[in-house]
Ligand binder design. Structure first.
Ligand SMILES: [Zn+2]
Length: 221
């Protein structure tokens, strides 16, 4: 799958992915402590193509810090599930956690995206899957063509997202992870840490089989 990981400059930052096709979609922005560096990296990865959409896996600051910079630089719309988009529109720091990272995002115009929606990029078809648990409006994106899952902070390679932050729910997380079992997951592209290009489904099954040992402190915001 043509997912380009744009890399991160800070350890506490999220991954940023660019999926290219007949339309080009950026998934999350990271903290973007240096917005010019982020937009330059996106521009060079696009190689002259336009950026058509920004999709946010959830509302946390370490995933949306570059929202304003990306939208203004590329003139694209930003999308998040309505349960998290509402916090982004209001600039609600108690859910966005921007002040935890030392800045104020402010309210921003983010459009709603819904469970089951398909983002058709030609060679990729990204299905929006609502996976509450880490936040109420967390989503994963599943490419029906390459069977890759972009999993935000729901599922990592070797861990799951924490559920003790505002809007988090462990029982919702378990249901969401179970619901992902209906997909044949090959590549797994999480919101933090490494990604894998094969056997993503094994990491899901591993987490589902060990909920008893979950220690929230180990998980990413
Ligand atoms: Zn998060």
């Amino acid at each position: 799958m043509a997912v380009v990981s744009l890399g991160i400059s800070d350890l506490d930052d999220s991954n940023v992915y660019l999926v290219t096709g007949s339309r080009n979609v950026l998934i999350d922005t990271g903290l973007a402590r240096n917005p010019q560096e982020l937009t330059a990296k996106i521009r060079s990865s696009l190689r002259g193509l336009p950026l058509d959409m920004l999709v946010l896996t959830h509302c946390h600051a370490d995933h949306v810090g570059g929202l304003k910079a990306v939208v203004e630089e590329f003139g694209c719309n930003a999308y998040a599930h309505q349960e998290d988009a509402v916090h982004l529109r209001r600039g609600d720091s108690s859910f966005i956690l921007d002040t935890v990272f030392g800045f104020r995002l402010g309210g921003y115009d983010v459009q709603d995206i819904s469970d089951g929606e398909i983002i058709d990029l030609g060679e990729h078809r990204l299905r929006v899957i609502h996976t509450p648990g880490h936040t109420r409006g967390s989503i994963c994106l599943y490419d029906e063509v390459s069977h890759a899952l972009i999993s935000g902070d729901t599922l990592f390679v070797g861990a799951i997202g924490r559920t003790d932050l505002p809007g988090g729910s462990f029982s919702d997380m378990v249901s969401s992870l179970r619901s992902l079992r209906r997909f044949d997951i090959k590549g797994l592209y999480p919101g933090h840490g490494m990604h894998v290009e094969q056997n993503g489904r094994d990491y899901l099954d591993e987490e589902l089989s060990m909920f008893g040992g979950v220690n929230n402190e180990d998980f990413e915001v």
